[in-house]
Design a protein around this ligand. Structure first.
Ligand SMILES: Cc1ncc(COP(=O)(O)O)c(C=O)c1O
Length: 393
């Protein structure tokens, strides 16, 4: 058989896929696992969303190929959500595109805008598909730091002018995975101004904007004046409405970029199952009370995690948003060694910081998506482990 395509050589194995095999092997040894490594919501979507899916699936006319651009009912629901939540007016015809989960749109956006030799600006610490999309497109990546001492916000002006001038895409993600950091409108306005100055497309990935704590409300980059000229925002029902397995999200913003993404997608996929689109439209009309009640459950788990981290001497800042605590591993440990030993000895699974980029060494990410009582057990095991296990020499 002939060799695989060269582009796969530029694509390291997805870190969570490799880690998942190790976790599975540990499970087979009979250990009681508690998975705090992945941001996979354990709670169900609202009952009315499931009911919409079921009712729609009963109809004989809902099983054919859906339209490439998404059902009008979903595009309109997205526009209404942006109007209601951010006071941003979007044209559902040209500025909204449903996605098979936002990961798909993120990678396909790279195919829409990057040729071999082009450049994407990507945070040094973050969601892997920003860089992987560029790698699939044969493009280059310039990473910029997210310094902890600046609240994990980049200093965009520190990106060399020749690098910024060569780049096509700028990726940002707030509320942030893995750090839980948030960005205010002032920072987003600086990012939009930067994109305008250098003729870049700002891609703001915002799947956690409805997962917030202590009354915090995350802004949209599209609230910045003039943002629609240079910005696309990605959003997901995975975290907003506990629908990760349904694979539905959306890209919104600059009409030209939305058209380019739609062109790529029409050659790759054939749309989203209509009942899922109708249910997603229902989910976007969710009451703020539902979201608040769900976030309260996460908040309680976060309290348990933060107290447990303190007891284990793993400093972490309490986040205002997203599904994660971002903690230092105890002194003397490399992140992956710590996470592996913790897994093998206690069954507690954390995500090693370097899975999110080289800037993650020395950290681990803990997710709030396990049942509250299991989170409690996990933190007790973590405390015991940290108290009694010395780092390797
Ligand atoms: C920052 C970020 N963006 C995008 C995604 C993808 O979400 P989905 O493809 O489920 O919409 C995730 C998932 O964890 C994420 O953390």
């Amino acid at each position: 058989m002939k060799q695989r395509a060269q582009r796969l050589a530029a694509l390291p194995p997805y870190p969570f896929a490799r880690w998942g095999s190790l976790v599975e092997a540990t499970r087979q040894q009979g250990l009681d696992l508690i998975r705090l490594d992945v941001g996979n919501p354990d709670l169900p979507p609202p009952a009315e969303v499931i009911e919409t899916l079921c009712n729609s699936a009963q109809r004989p006319d809902r099983h054919g190929y859906p339209s490439y651009r998404g059902l009008p009912v979903l595009r309109q629901a997205v526009a209404s959500y942006y109007q209601r939540r951010f006071n941003v007016a979007l044209d559902p015809e040209t500025q909204v595109l449903p996605l098979l989960g936002s990961k798909e749109g993120i990678v396909n956006m790279a195919l829409a805008y990057l040729d071999p030799g082009d450049l994407a600006l990507v945070p040094e610490l973050g969601y892997a598909p920003y860089a992987m999309g560029a790698a699939l497109a044969g493009a280059d990546v310039h990473t910029f730091p997210l310094p902890a001492e600046h609240g994990y916000l980049p200093d965009l002006d520190a990106i060399p002018a020749d690098v910024a001038g060569r780049a096509t895409l700028l990726w940002l993600n707030y509320p942030n995975n893995p750090t839980g950091a948030t960005a205010d409108l002032e920072f987003l306005a600086r990012a939009v101004a930067f994109a305008r100055r250098d003729g870049l497309l700002l891609c703001h990935d915002a799947p956690y904007s409805e997962v917030t704590y202590d009354g915090y409300q995350a802004p949209s980059a599209l609230q910045v004046e003039g943002a629609l000229e240079v910005t696309v925002e990605f959003h997901s029902l995975s975290k907003t409405a506990n629908m990760a397995g349904w694979r539905v999200g959306m890209a919104v913003g600059n009409a030209e970029a939305i058209a380019a993404l739609a062109q790529v997608k029409s050659n790759i996929d054939s749309g989203i199952f209509a009942p899922i689109q109708e249910a997603a439209a229902r989910a976007l009309a969710l009451s703020p009370q539902w979201i608040e009640a769900r976030n309260k459950i996460y908040q309680e788990r976060l309290d348990i995690i933060c107290a447990g981290l303190q007891a284990a001497r793993m400093p972490a800042q309490r986040p205002r948003a997203a599904l994660y605590a971002w903690a230092h591993v105890p002194a003397g440990w490399r992140s992956e060694d710590f996470a592996r030993q913790l897994l093998e000895r206690t069954g507690v699974v954390l995500a090693p910081g370097p899975f999110f980029g080289p800037g993650g060494e020395g950290y681990a990410r803990l997710s709030v998506t396990a049942p509250t009582e299991r989170v409690r057990v996990a933190m007790e095991r973590l405390r015991e482990f940290a108290a009694h296990t010395a780092p390797p020499r």
